[in-house]
Design a protein around this ligand. Structure first.
Ligand code: ADP
Length: 183
């Protein structure tokens, strides 16, 4: 199964991605986690992207797309994957379509985590990751609205929207149920 998760920062995509990846038996690929691993490991790519993460800005497509392309070329993605944080723009979505086309593959579904903005801002302030400062959070929400939300129309034919307010278990059950119903 090839899935993409979409939702505003703080929607709980990372938590749900881990559960769904275990349940569905496909690797979880989070561009945010990959970038943070590079930053932590002080790689050249990490040094290049740190300023963007700190400011809540999107990393330039060229860097992001190369990293994702390499990850999708690894063997463990052959039978499926769960992408979390990519694509984040319609330009990235076009690239993904091209990468998958070249392998004779396509996405099965895009899951949207629907959460009101005031709820996600509260959650992020409580989480307190390095980029969870109020002005940076606000900027990330703005970027979501202007750059990422257009993906919902882009993927309307395979979009599965779930209400992402509730307990972790309720939400993963909703997601799995909605996926089964979309098949
Ligand atoms: P959140 O969902 O809370 O914004 P992520 O871990 O998904 O957290 O992303 C953190 C940061 O990583 C983003 O603010 C952005 O700087 C960078 N990033 C992640 N994915 C992408 C992407 N597809 N394109 C560009 N930048 C990205």
């Amino acid at each position: 199964m090839r899935l993409v998760l979409v939702g505003p920062p703080g929607a709980g995509k990372g938590t749900q991605a881990q559960i769904l990846s275990t349940t569905l038996g496909v690797p979880h690929i989070s561009t945010g986690d990959l970038f943070r691993a590079h930053i932590g490991g002080q790689t050249e790519l990490g040094r290049e992207v740190k300023q963007y993460l700190d400011a809540g800005q999107l990393v330039p497509d060229e860097v992001t797309v190369n990293m994702v392309r390499e990850r999708l070329d690894e063997q463990d993605t052959a039978a499926g994957f769960l992408l979390d944080g990519f694509p984040r723009t319609t330009a990235q979505a076009d690239v993904l379509t091209g990468l998958l086309d070249a392998k004779g593959q396509r996405l099965d579904a895009v899951i949207e985590f629907d959460v009101p903005e005031d709820v996600v801002v509260e959650r992020l302030l409580a989480r307190g990751r390095e980029d969870d400062k109020e002005d940076v959070i606000r900027h990330r929400q703005q970027v979501y609205r202007s750059e990422t939300a257009p993906l919902l129309a882009y993927y309307r034919n395979i979009l599965v929207t779930i209400d992402a307010v509730g307990s972790v278990q309720e939400i993963s059950e909703r997601a799995l149920k909605a996926l089964r119903a979309s098949e």
